[in-house]
Design a protein around this ligand. Structure first.
Ligand SMILES: Cc1cc2nc3c(=O)[nH]c(=O)nc-3n(C[C@H](O)[C@H](O)[C@H](O)COP(=O)(O)OP(=O)(O)OC[C@H]3O[C@@H](n4cnc5c(N)ncnc54)[C@H](O)[C@@H]3O)c2cc1C
Length: 373
């Protein structure tokens, strides 16, 4: 079944073509590739983006639509792992990226905030530690012992992130592609790249996140293709969840859409090893768990209108790989957002473009692909 998001009206865009060798070829027309293309085309470079499908048909049009600041790890864990300066810097950097998305996305982004919820005492302690770390480091967040509305009595506390957003991700990334094309980038869809060194380009950026496994053999053991599954209900006539919600370490995530439907994704841990795959198929076990939980969330047997799967790139330290591929001249990568790439992917698309243009940033050290190699 087609992802709900991809049924949106296509976004018109111009079709610039470049003859012969371009300055930069980008593999992948998701949020990362389109953000990099926009940045590089605006800097005056000749850019060509390739995708074996169409714009946003990878994870960028198959995700939960959560536009969250930060990285994939809890903030307190991030701080313990790579230090307060890098952790706080990363959170602030993604907040700025989210503001830029708001400037570009039009009605594809709303900013109702997000709720991170604890399902039991153990998780409550963990996210309470995260909240304390936010406060110590001057990052805005609000703690709730007593949760509002339908959440009351079902969760053991939560953190409200007031600046977070909800995307119509396909509409957003199609818009981003249109902006890149208006700036002069060529976008070549339905074009499978099987050898990056055969592309007619001075430099190449691989922005395929969980797809295209093996295209860059140097990172193949580092970015693990991982499947996520989603369901969407028929519209319901009352507003139950006015912002994105997530619980169980982000394993489960749901939000109500402007037309009243409730989208729910997750339960990857029902068969976690089976989900380490790039086979884009739904499975009965995870679909059944999703349906049961959706019934609990809405208080009635859900009528499901859409089901789909998508693939994202998971890394061992939950940080992406962004920068030069060691030992490969002119080859760059930006991928591996560990299921958290809506804002981070946009920021990393710009980051890899800036790096290629010769600019440095502290995130390049944190995300250096060489850390694993
Ligand atoms: C089910 C699911 C739910 C998620 N929910 C969220 C969420 O709510 N919030 C969040 O922040 N993140 C979420 N994510 C993660 C997020 O969607 C991704 O991290 C992000 O979209 C990655 O964008 P990208 O542009 O790097 O990669 P993609 O959008 O995956 O784009 C990669 C593109 O590369 C193309 N490609 C691959 N190989 C080749 C090749 N050889 N030749 C040509 N083209 C190729 C693919 O066709 C694809 O279009 C979710 C992911 C999934 C799967």
């Amino acid at each position: 079944m087609n992802p709900y998001w991809l049924e949106d009206e296509p976004v018109p865009r111009p079709s610039p073509r470049h003859e012969g060798t371009v300055d930069v070829a980008i593999v992948g027309a998701g949020v990362t590739g389109c953000a990099a293309a926009l940045r590089l085309a605006e800097a005056g470079l000749r850019v060509r983006v390739y995708d074996e499908r169409a714009v946003a048909e990878g994870a960028s049009g198959r995700n939960g639509g959560f536009a969250l600041r930060g990285g994939a790890s809890r903030y307190d864990v991030a701080r313990d792992t790579y230090g307060v300066d890098q952790a706080r810097g990363l959170w602030n950097w993604t907040e700025r990226a989210l503001d830029r998305i708001e400037d570009l996305a039009g009605d594809a982004l709303r900013r109702p905030g997000s709720f991170r919820l604890a399902v039991d005492e153990e998780e409550r302690e963990q996210i309470r530690a995260e909240y304390e770390a936010f406060r110590e480091d001057g990052i805005e967040a609000e703690w709730f012992d007593d949760l509002p509305g339908v959440l009351a009595g079902h969760f053991e506390g939560g953190i409200l992130h007031a600046g977070d957003g909800a995307l119509q991700p396909a509409r957003w990334v199609r818009r981003l592609a249109a902006l890149a094309a208006e700036a002069g980038a060529e976008i070549r869809e339905q074009y499978l790249v099987d050898d990056v060194s055969a592309l007619d380009a001075e430099q190449v950026i691989v922005a395929t996140d969980g797809y295209g496994h093996g295209l860059v053999p140097e990172v193949a053991d580092t970015i693990w293709p991982t499947r996520g599954q989603v369901i969407v209900s028929e519209p319901i006539d009352r507003v139950l969840y006015d912002k994105p919600h997530y619980a169980r370490q982000g394993f489960d995530y749901w939000q109500q859409l402007p037309d009243g439907r409730v989208l729910l994704g997750g339960f990857r841990d029902v068969s976690i090893l089976d989900e380490l795959t790039d086979v884009e198929e739904i499975t009965p076990a995870i679909q059944a768990s999703l349906e049961q939980f959706l019934g609990e969330l809405i208080g009635e047997t859900p009528r499901i209108s859409h089901r789909w799967a998508g693939i994202f790139g998971l890394t061992q330290d939950m940080l992406p790989l962004v920068g030069r591929v060691p030992g490969r001249d002119g080859l760059w990568v930006a991928a591996g957002y560990s299921g958290h790439g809506n804002v981070l992917g946009f920021a990393c698309g710009e980051l890899v473009a800036d790096a290629l243009l010769g600019q440095t940033a502290p995130q390049l050290e944190l995300f250096d692909p060489a850390r694993f190699l």
